[in-house]
Design a protein around this ligand. Structure first.
Ligand code: UDP
Length: 195
């Protein structure tokens, strides 16, 4: 099977090509999917945070990010097919979303950072529609207003950069109110690209 298990967290032990295939399929589904990434720090966090653990267990796709996961697989007598972190996958996802004519909404990071990323995407992927941005330092009282804005934007894909485990818990908690098809937790990705 291409499902592996680490500390009770199932993840897809597959290569990039197959991962992009699965993402493509989720875009055509009526129900929404969550895509999360796990590294060694995530596994540690999940061990003591049951809400985060549950969010990971319920996700449609969990991909392995980093050498810690690879090492853990080896210790357990297994083998990691490919390290599939969000940062490396991002350009492929942008290409895929623009080919499929799917729009994206960027939620998270500092105000300047999320705006810089929007500008960078417009430059590097002109065919990809960024239909909205919102920085990640809003009070909980604004959550419903932000969800309304995301839904109003018509975004197909929501990228959430609020850090682990806040972002996975946030997505999981609000998935039923979001009209997006795919929600992706991306951690420090906005900071990485917005330079
Ligand atoms: N962040 C945010 N709101 C918060 C906490 C964090 O928008 O309340 C952002 C932060 O600015 C950064 C990202 O979430 O862009 C988390 O980055 P980090 O590298 O800490 O992520 P991790 O790899 O721990 O998930």
């Amino acid at each position: 099977s291409n499902k592996s298990l680490l500390l009770g967290i199932p993840f897809a032990n597959i290569n990039r090509h197959r991962a992009l295939d699965i993402v493509t399929k989720t875009l055509d589904q009526r129900s929404s999917s969550n895509l999360f990434f796990i590294n060694a720090h995530c596994l540690n966090t999940a061990y003591s945070n049951s809400e985060y653990k549950k969010a990971l267990q319920k996700a449609s796709i969990v991909l392995p990010d980093g050498s810690g996961v690879s090492y853990a697989c080896k210790i357990l007598g297994g083998h990691l097919t490919e390290n599939l972190n969000g940062t490396d996958l991002f350009p492929y996802l942008c290409t895929l979303f623009s080919k499929k004519n799917k729009s994206i909404y960027l939620l998270g990071a500092k105000p300047g950072t999320v705006d810089q990323l929007e500008a960078l995407i417009k430059l590097q992927f002109p065919a990809l529609k960024v239909v909205g941005t919102q920085h990640g330092y809003f009070p909980p009282s604004e959550t419903n207003k932000i969800i309304d804005q995301i839904n109003h934007s018509g975004a197909d894909v929501l990228l959430v950069a609020l850090g682990v485990p806040k972002q996975e818990i946030w997505i999981s908690q609000h998935q039923h109110k979001l009209s997006t098809t795919l929600n992706i937790a991306v951690g420090g990705l906005f900071d990485f690209y917005a330079k």
